[in-house]
Design a protein around this ligand. Structure first.
Ligand code: ATP
Ligand code: MG
Length: 574
């Protein structure tokens, strides 16, 4: 991807401005940071990336790409080995790359700074800004006070520097049990900001780290690690989500106590919340671990890997991130906007094909047995350069079950007894007989006649029909499985706080419908994993990258044809 390519919305070619870009532009005007713009995307490798992370990735890498001297690091914030895994590291790297971004040689790990962070902590102790505390975690919580009540000072707060240095070294050497002692910042137990009431900087934790192995049995806490990692990397603008606003005084305090060359500016923005899904990694992990979805890349998940497997393109996700913008206030974005973005993308790029999801057999009584012919079909009416293809026609066809009704209500214009309709690219057919299962009464086969004078879909005598149906030739079509997806949750906001009902109670029982006897046109024989198509009238589908094979084609429905977002915008009902 070229510099300057990013953050261009499809409708408007100017970079989308926002308050963060304005801050950076103002900094550049006064030559702050000598004209450098250096951001970072700092995931914790404790889960797969989701669409919310994509917002942060597009923002951080996007801003860097817009500036001559712009750089963006990918940094793993790997300070909690008990929850982290290399599987997550690999997935995060491949997702960021797939989204179209490049960290070049700037792949960083907070764990690479453990030795320096330790030295900085020793500095803090020497400057009487940190002390070793023997209170238990419960006691620390109790001493901390509340929003309305000031905290109390730890009895260990006045420990002499020498004793702190000795105890901290012995913490590192493994002399103490997990949780027995912590290193705390010495700030202000009466601060109205709870984060400033002597926060813990280091804890004893015997957990092997995926990068440092057994080298450490003390690990630095997030707030302490993050600001120093930013500073070590020369980050100029440390962009994070709003929940860190109250942590900013601590971010600045740590850097102010130490002799660091670089003091990045922390800027907070509102995280993305998306309707009908959850975005917390902890909750997504719960869905995976309890088998409520098929894995992190289940196409119903809001993860990047799930969206990719579902058929989303990276450009549609970047487009979405542009459109939602960056603000200071939390909001809930309608998932219909995300669907609108992929629909727009695929409308211009996906070849059209015909696939029948729930087949109903149709015999054309007056079409000669054993005969077949090929008809010309347009690959994409939006893009003539995509050309045409041949689709075979013969005496026995399949149409969609829902395109036939024996007793049609007033506004049903599709096939019914005595009614004539058009088969796309083929002929007008008229239904002359209905065959039913004796026992169930279910329609099992239709008999129709075709009009040879309507080849290509138009009648010589100018007569009109009110419906055009998709179809496949029975003998030529391929069998396929399709997976139709719906929202993972039935309610707009499944995440109703810790006092609300558990988010899993509103999982949508119909979020996945698997159809195993679909029939698709033979041109799909060469479809490869990840290929995307519009099944005419049915939606956009993508060949499943895990389960599909030459022998058993499997398609995921990326999105239906119906654009609820366009309706929302027009003020109609969804
Ligand atoms: P969770 O709370 O679900 O574990 P997290 O914020 O802790 O998510 P990180 O791996 O720390 O996940 O996130 C990496 C970066 O992505 C952070 O800078 C974080 O602010 C940002 N981020 C995470 N979720 C969102 C979101 N929903 N919208 C925008 N940015 C997000
Ligand atoms: Mg985090």
């Amino acid at each position: 991807m070229q510099k300057g390519d990013l953050n261009m919305s499809t409708e408007d070619s100017a970079p989308v401005s926002n308050f963060i870009r304005n801050i950076i532009a103002d900094d550049l005007k006064v030559n702050k940071n000598q004209g450098r713009v250096h951001t970072r995307f700092p995931p914790e490798p404790n889960g797969y990336l989701h669409i919310g992370h994509a917002k942060s990735i597009c923002l951080n890498f996007g801003i860097a790409a817009e500036h001559e001297m712009g750089l963006c690091n990918l940094r793993f914030d790997d300070t909690n080995p008990s929850k982290e895994d290399v599987e997550y590291i690999e997935s995060i790297k491949s997702d960021v790359r797939w989204l179209g971004f490049d960290w070049e040689d700037r792949l960083c790990y907070a764990s690479d700074y453990f030795e320096r962070l330790y030295e900085y902590a020793v500095q803090l102790i020497k400057r009487e800004r940190a002390y070793v505390c023997d209170l238990s975690s419960d006691e620390i919580r109790e001493y901390r006070g509340t929003l309305t009540k000031p905290g109390r000072e730890s009895p260990f707060r006045a420990r002499p520097v020498e004793e702190n240095l000795d105890l901290f070294a012995r913490m590192r050497a493994g002399e103490f049990e997990d949780g027995a002692r912590v290193l705390r910042a010495k700030i202000d137990m009466a601060s109205p900001n709870l984060n400033m009431r002597d926060p813990v900087l280091y804890r004893v934790l015997r957990a092997p780290h995926h990068r440092t192995g057994d080298k450490w049995c003390i690990y630095p806490m997030y707030d302490y690690t993050h600001c120093l990692s930013d500073s070590i990397e020369g980050i100029t603008h440390s962009i994070c989500t709003l929940e860190f606003e109250d942590h900013r005084p601590l971010y600045d305090w740590v850097l102010d106590q130490l002799d660091v060359d670089c003091h990045p500016q922390q800027i907070e923005f509102a995280r993305l919340n998306l309707s009908h899904t959850v975005m917390s990694k902890r909750k997504l992990l719960e869905l995976v671990e309890q088998g409520l979805v098929a894995g992190w890349d289940d196409p119903r998940m809001p993860t990047i890997s799930g969206l990719r497997r579902r058929g989303y393109t990276s450009s549609s996700i970047r487009d979405f991130c542009d459109r939602i913008g960056v603000a200071k206030r939390d909001s809930l974005v309608d998932i219909a906007l995300l669907e609108h973005c992929i629909r727009q993308d695929l409308n211009s790029t996906a070849p059209r094909v015909m696939g029948v999801l729930r087949p109903l057999r149709v015999v054309i009584d007056n079409y000669p047995e054993g005969e077949e012919e090929e008809l010309d079909a347009v690959n994409n009416p939006e893009d003539p350069t995509m050309g045409t293809r041949k689709v075979p026609f013969s005496r026995v066809l399949y149409i969609e079950q829902e395109d036939f009704l024996e007793d049609p209500p007033k506004k049903f214009f599709r096939l019914s007894p005595g009614r004539e309709v058009r088969l796309r690219y083929a002929y007008f057919i008229k239904c002359v007989d209905v065959v039913k299962d004796q026992k169930t009464g279910e329609v099992t086969e239709l008999h129709c006649t075709y009009d040879p004078e309507t080849r290509g879909g138009a009648a010589q005598d100018g007569r009109k029909v009110k419906a055009t149906l998709h179809w496949v030739s029975a003998a030529h079509s391929l069998e396929a499985e399709t997976r139709l997806y719906d929202h993972l949750f039935t309610v707009t906001n499944p995440d109703r706080g810790k006092d609300g009902p558990d988010f899993k109670t509103c999982l949508n029982p119909d979020s996945l419908t698997t159809l195993t006897s679909c029939r698709v046109e033979p041109s799909l024989r060469s479809a490869a994993p990840g290929d995307r198509y519009q099944f005419e009238r049915q939606g956009y589908f993508c060949v499943d990258s895990v389960d599909s094979s030459d022998k058993a084609l499997t398609f995921n429905r990326t999105v239906t044809m119906r654009d609820t977002w366009a309706k929302v915008k027009k003020g109609g009902k969804g």
